[in-house]
Every structure is written in structure tokens, then in C-alpha cells.
Design a protein. Structure first.
Length: 163
């Protein structure tokens, strides 16, 4: 397991940390975004999306009511695909399962279909569902540390080891 810790003192710093974390991500990947309501999960995704050339920070919003937001981006590797005539190599999905109550409702989202070889799934409240938890490649934990300060911990499992 790989663990990295960051401290943010502002939304701007959280976006910058998201950019640093994006450099550690490569599809296919499913990560939990964990933290209390208002901890800064969406703010962190803004930085990840910007670093992957998937969206400007002001275009990234919480998927609380829509459940899934999808962005086309690119990673530093040369494995490019063409989507709508644009060269892209990663699909970034920001998913919020807060309002999902059971496995049956979860199935309607279609996580299986989203989890392609080109996808990075960032899932809020995924730990509620054992079926999602067992597929997780790690997590990003955001904790309030007083005022605007946040402690951010990125934990990645070793690929192929399940640990």
C-alpha cells in the first residue's frame, strides 16, 4: 500500500493538491472519496479534473442530485483514444452514492458499465456498499482540521495484489 498525506489551508490549496493526486492516478481505477459533508471532496475533484485536462474547476460540481458526473480527459501516458473526434484517454467519473439506499438502487447507476479500462471512478459514500468496497483501488480521505485546514490522505492499493 502507498500512503501520501497533504495539508490544505484553503480551497485553492485543495484544488492544487487534487492536481498532485491526479499524477498518481491511471485508469482503470476506482477510489473512494471519504469525508464529512462539506469536507472538500468536490473541491479536490476540481483539481483532479483540471490536471487531467477534463474540466475547468468552475465546471465541476457535486453530483449529489445527478449521482454521476462524467468528464473526458487525458493522462500523461501515450494510450490515447478518440471520443467525439477529440483525442482523449481517460473518462473521469465523479459519483455520489449518498442518496442510494440499497444494492438494487446501486445497480441502476451502472457502475459496472462505467468501470472500463479508460475510466477513473471517484466515488463518494461508496464504503456503504460491500460490492463497491471490494473493487476499490484505494481512497482519498479528507478530514477537517479546524478552520479552513484539511488533512488529505491518499491511500492506494498495489495494483494486482488486492492489498
Amino acid at each position: 500500500m502507498s500512503v501520501q498525506r497533504f495539508v490544505s489551508n484553503s480551497s485553492r490549496e485543495t484544488i492544487a493538491i487534487g492536481g498532485e493526486i491526479a499524477q498518481q492516478l491511471s485508469p482503470p481505477m476506482l477510489l473512494f472519496l471519504r469525508g464529512d459533508l462539506g469536507a472538500g471532496k468536490t473541491t479536490l475533484v476540481k483539481g483532479i479534473a483540471q490536471a487531467l485536462d477534463a474540466a475547468d474547476p468552475d465546471e465541476v460540481t457535486s453530483p449529489t442530485f445527478t449521482l454521476v458526473h462524467e468528464y473526458d480527459g487525458r493522462t500523461p501516458v501515450d494510450s490515447r483514444i478518440t471520443i467525439d473526434g477529440k483525442e482523449r484517454d481517460v473518462k473521469l467519473y465523479h459519483i455520489d452514492l449518498y442518496r442510494i439506499e440499497d444494492e438494487r438502487q446501486l445497480e441502476t447507476i451502472g457502475l459496472e458499465e462505467l468501470a472500463t479500462q479508460q475510466a477513473i471512478l471517484l466515488v463518494e459514500w461508496g464504503e456503504k456498499f460491500p460490492s463497491v468496497a471490494k473493487r476499490s483501488d484505494g481512497e482519498i480521505l479528507i478530514e477537517h482540521a479546524g478552520g479552513d485546514t484539511r488533512n488529505i490522505t491518499l491511500t492506494l492499493k498495489e495494483k494486482g495484489t488486492g492489498s
